[in-house]
Design a binder for this molecule. Structure first.
Ligand SMILES: [Ca+2]
Length: 262
């Protein structure tokens, strides 16, 4: 009987112990959950607190700044870029102008080897009855063309007349650029820039080429010189036959053609 009572008593104690333990464990679990929740709250809140609290001063600035940064480029982008000015079309090459200048009566003429000077519109290139040589001189008034640029140039001898028999001793009429200014005996001298050798039998002739252009340009560039001047001579002196043989060119039949631009 005593053993039975003891068993019952022990069983009751065991049950009470188990219930007590279970109750304690339940309470501990709740507390742990609270602690864990609390920790969880802290963990969750801390980052939020750091975001709002730690970064607030600069966070507000940075929050404000990005919209500013975003809008500014937009504004820049909205500003239409200025249309690039269309490249000016290259000015068309100016059309060259042309002019024809007859040799001037006033300072054209011829000069004999003995120093005699004959200004006038009839220019002789010949020998004389005394066997002297005669050279001819032609001047073209280019005073209105200073500063122009020569594009093309010609000297047209529209009519070349021969008298007697210059072919008997000369084969060519030699033309040179020669700045004689006003005719005087010294202009009979040799010299000048060779432009052409015209066959003695030619009835007309045109001189062209770069030498003429360049020489003409040089005179146009020289404000002091109002005339483009040339000298003409036979390529032999005389046949000594006591007769004057030669060529005549009239001033109005010697024409300087110039194509020029400003
Ligand atoms: Ca002669």
């Amino acid at each position: 009987m005593r053993k039975n009572k003891l068993y019952v008593f022990l069983s009751i104690l065991t049950i009470i112990f188990l219930f007590g333990t279970a109750a304690i464990c339940t309470q501990c679990g709740a507390n742990i959950d609270k602690v864990v929740e609390g920790l969880g709250d802290n963990i969750d809140e801390e980052p939020a607190g750091d975001e709002t609290g730690g970064e607030q001063p600069s966070g507000t600035e940075s929050d404000e700044a990005p919209p500013g940064d975003e809008t500014e480029p937009e504004e820049e982008a909205e500003e239409p870029e200025p249309e690039p000015e269309p490249e000016p079309e290259p000015e068309p090459e100016p059309e060259p102008e042309e002019t024809f200048i007859e040799a001037s009566d006033e300072i054209s003429g011829h000069v004999k080897e003995n120093g005699s000077v004959y200004p006038g519109s009839y220019v002789h290139i010949s020998d004389t009855t005394a066997g002297n040589q005669v050279k001819g001189y032609l001047s073209f008034d280019i005073s209105e063309l200073h500063g122009k640029t020569v594009q093309d140039a010609e000297i047209n001898f529209i009519s070349i007349e021969s008298f007697n028999n210059p072919e008997s001793f000369a084969s060519a009429l030699v033309v040179k650029v020669y700045n004689y200014i006003r005719l005087d005996p010294s202009d009979f001298a040799v010299g000048g820039v060779h432009l052409a050798s015209i066959p003695i039998s030619a009835a007309s002739y045109t001189i062209s080429g770069d030498t003429l252009k360049d020489e003409l340009q040089e005179v146009l560039d020289n404000e002091v010189r109002d005339y483009f001047q040339i000298k003409l001579g036979l390529n032999a002196a005389t046949n000594g036959d006591g007769i004057s043989d030669g060529i005549t060119i009239h001033c109005h039949e010697a024409v300087l053609y110039i194509s020029y631009t400003d």
